[in-house]
Design a protein around this ligand. Structure first.
Ligand SMILES: NC(=O)c1ccc[n+]([C@@H]2O[C@H](COP(=O)([O-])OP(=O)(O)OC[C@H]3O[C@@H](n4cnc5c(N)ncnc54)[C@H](O)[C@@H]3O)[C@@H](O)[C@H]2O)c1
Length: 475
């Protein structure tokens, strides 16, 4: 096992050459040279508008053709965030995909609508970006995987961490440099302190057109608070963490226990306002995240079973009454720990007895004194405290992760999709795998019993796209 890593190993700089390739529209593939991918956005509420503003309109290889939403204020907001002008506006996505010449759609509608919209768009021959959680049931997710395969298309799922240079770099360091050693435990959470409710204008009168789609505006805007249309904290927040766990372990869960309850935000909602779940993952030598260990005691050596398949425990909690711990994934191994987060500086901590030598010197952190991290458009400054307990993970790019994920989405389309070997890192199998975690955990909580994860949920009679792609991400 490699135990020394240069400090430079923690720094990746966006290569100038990459920028030149993109700026000149160079593509080694024949499809759409210098031509932008024609995209429409379906669902232009919170996340749809964010994508239009921060991702789609900044992506250098995308042209926004149309926006679609059934609620007019959001439709107008989406139009504005798309840059206005000749962008078309629709309320009916079926009409839009029939009338407009599109290559792809971005679906940012409520969870319970993902399935039908994604299936219709795949049937129309369009590549899809569908927000997480991919679908509301495991069966629906599996249908989407089958449909994408049948059509020779792909569905990229909104697991943006797979396009985050920091997460990719951390996984590379874990896999290739062994900075975590064997991952033995993962502890994740997403903690907030608010009611998670969207404001509803009581005086708003739905137009006849809107009434075709919207029966109850409160339920329409606050869909995530009702069990009928949402998997609550599991499908809305948990899937992000489960995706990171699946990715880093390169393994699948075998069972899950869960506890959930509604105790503080008793305001008419019926999803839990605090949840705690525990997964067991089985890691075998076939799993990309499997890692051999050296025996650490004579007894362990004599007993001889130290490299047999092992289980890893994963815990996740979400609460809406305290934001102190925020959202992060704490990935712990016998050599070190990563605390990864989208909204905080990701960190590496070395175990005191670690054989990873690079972090031993007292001056660690000094090289990056006052270094600037740009992540998700936010600038964070690392202070130069001597003897810092951690090593900041630095990645130098001024692009938002949203922009990166959509540039990759469009690039995989330009390359011709699965038939030319171009599959997204966050493809439909990745979406299925995180959905299985969220939906099984939700079931465990509601039924107050252990849920056994059926290996058949992952099986298809065709080759499915890889869920383990990682590494330096072109920006
Ligand atoms: N990847 C992330 O980090 C992230 C963050 C937030 C939300 N999301 C996901 O994005 C999706 C949307 O969440 P949101 O917060 O934007 O919700 P939202 O309620 O703000 O927006 C959803 C929009 O979809 C519209 N809509 C509903 N049915 C429609 C239909 N049939 N056709 C067209 N438009 C329709 C609604 O009117 C609304 O404007 C969810 O799946 C959510 O989990 C992902």
């Amino acid at each position: 096992m490699k135990t020394e890593v240069s400090r430079r190993g923690f720094i990746k700089t966006a290569g100038a050459a990459t920028g030149v390739m993109l700026a000149t529209g160079f593509s080694p593939f024949s499809y759409a040279q210098n031509e932008k991918v024609r995209v429409a956005s379906i669902g232009t509420g919170g996340q749809g508008s964010f994508h239009l503003r921060d991702g789609l309109s900044r992506a250098n290889n995308i042209k926004i053709i149309a926006v679609c939403d059934v609620y007019k204020p959001h439709l107008e907001g989406g139009y504005k965030n798309a840059g206005g002008g000749d962008v078309k506006k629709y309320m009916d996505y079926r009409e839009m995909i029939e009338k407009e010449q599109l290559d792809a759609v971005v679906i940012s509608t409520p969870l319970a609508t993902h399935y039908q919209i994604t299936m219709d768009c795949l049937d129309a021959g369009l590549y899809c970006f569908t927000e997480k959680t991919m679908c509301f049931t495991i069966e629906q997710c599996r249908d989407v995987v089958k449909k994408a395969h049948e059509k020779g298309l792909f569905v990229q799922v909104g697991h943006q961490r797979r396009y985050n240079p920091v997460y990719n770099h951390a996984l590379k360091l874990a896999r290739e440099e062994g900075v975590l050693g064997r991952i033995t435990h993962i502890d994740c959470q997403w903690h907030r302190n608010n009611d998670w409710r969207r404001p509803v204008d009581k005086n708003y009168v739905l137009s006849p057109e809107e009434s075709r789609w919207i029966k109850d505006l409160e339920r329409h805007l606050n869909w995530r608070l009702y069990h009928e249309t949402s998997g609550g904290l599991m499908t809305e927040l948990g899937t992000h963490a489960f995706d990171v766990v699946n990715w880093f372990l390169g393994a699948r869960p075998t069972r899950v226990h869960g506890y959930g309850s509604l105790d503080y935000w008793r305001d008419g909602r019926d999803v839990f306002d605090h949840v705690n779940v525990v997964f067991e993952y089985r890691v075998t030598p076939e799993c990309p995240g499997y890692r051999e260990i050296e025996p650490r005691t004579t007894q362990q050596k004599e007993y001889g079973k130290y490299n047999e398949p092992y289980n890893v425990g994963v815990t996740y909690s979400s609460i809406c009454t305290n934001m102190n711990r925020g959202a992060s994934e704490c990935i712990q191994g016998d050599e070190g720990t990563f605390v990864l987060a989208e909204m905080m500086t990701p960190r590496y901590y070395r175990e005191p007895n670690s054989r990873v030598k690079w972090a031993e010197s007292g001056a660690r952190g000094a090289a990056e004194a006052n270094a600037t991290i740009i992540s998700e458009g936010k600038t964070l400054t690392i202070s130069n405290k001597a003897q810092t307990e951690y090593e900041p993970i630095l990645v130098d790019t001024d692009k938002s992760v949203d922009q990166i994920q959509f540039e990759h989405f469009a690039r995989d389309i330009q390359k011709g999709g699965p038939k030319n070997g171009a599959v997204p890192r966050a493809n439909e199998m990745v979406g299925l795998e995180s959905a299985i975690c969220a939906l099984a955990a939700e079931k465990a909580m509601w039924e107050r019993s252990e849920v056994i994860i059926d290996p058949k949920w992952y099986e298809f009679d065709f080759e499915t796209p890889s869920t383990t792609l990682y590494g330096p991400i072109e920006v």
